[in-house]
Design a protein around this ligand. Structure first.
Ligand SMILES: [Mg+2]
Length: 212
């Protein structure tokens, strides 16, 4: 089937942004090694539990929300995957509109815009008032793009939160199998339901154009 995709909307964590530094900061806050933290995170995700379970296991009694409020983690330039910014630029040069829509605090929108990324819009779950995988979130994405959903590609590192709901919404799902979720979800049978799987975001322009 051929289809015309002219919008490419990205998840943030694990897709454009490598969250390794964030997990390192949390390990330091809790006072354990990064290796132990990441091992527990992988165990929690493999058990299909919410990642917050990591804190319950490693730091019972820790008020995660209060700790985050006291010292908020903010994405910086160093956190982007090496291929993220080149991929955005190449997509824009190829005539695609690019945007970000993710389960993030509202402040992430301003951080991404301040970075000068060539984004048509940035939508956080906090501002939307609804989060992935809720279909209402993907409806908001469609509204923000202003085109029928079949003209939108949604790119993410999770099968459950990104690929499957994007398919349900009628978008072209693109899976990036990297980061703790992506590596795990690549082993799920449902990974085959991604319309496209790209190892590197810089492969995306060509992969999308091959479908047009
Ligand atoms: Mg993600």
């Amino acid at each position: 089937m051929t289809r015309r995709v002219d919008w490419v909307v990205f998840d943030v964590g694990g897709t454009l942004v490598d969250e390794t530094r964030m997990w390192r900061v949390w390990a330091q806050r809790i006072g354990i090694s990064e290796i132990r933290f990441l091992a527990e995170l992988e165990a929690v995700l493999a058990a299909r539990l919410h990642h917050r379970e990591v804190f319950a296991r490693l730091a019972p009694g820790l008020d995660v929300a209060a700790a985050e409020r006291a010292a908020p983690f903010r994405i910086t330039h160093e956190d982007f995957f090496d291929d993220a910014l080149p991929a955005l630029d190449t997509l824009v040069a190829a005539g695609f509109q690019v945007a970000v829509a993710a389960n993030q605090p509202e402040v992430t929108e301003a951080i991404l815009v301040a970075r000068g990324l060539p984004l048509a819009f940035a939508l956080s779950s906090e501002r939307a008032g609804v989060a992935k995988p809720d279909p209402a979130f993907f409806a908001e994405v469609g509204k923000a793009c202003g085109v029928p959903s079949e003209r939108i590609a949604y790119v993410g590192d999770r099968i459950d939160n990104d690929v499957l709901p994007a398919n349900t919404a009628g978008m072209l799902s693109v899976f990036t199998p990297r980061g703790p979720w992506g590596r795990l979800h690549a082993t799920w049978p449902q990974a085959a339901q991604a319309a496209l799987t790209v190892e590197k975001l810089t492969d995306l322009p060509e992969a999308l154009q091959a479908r047009v």
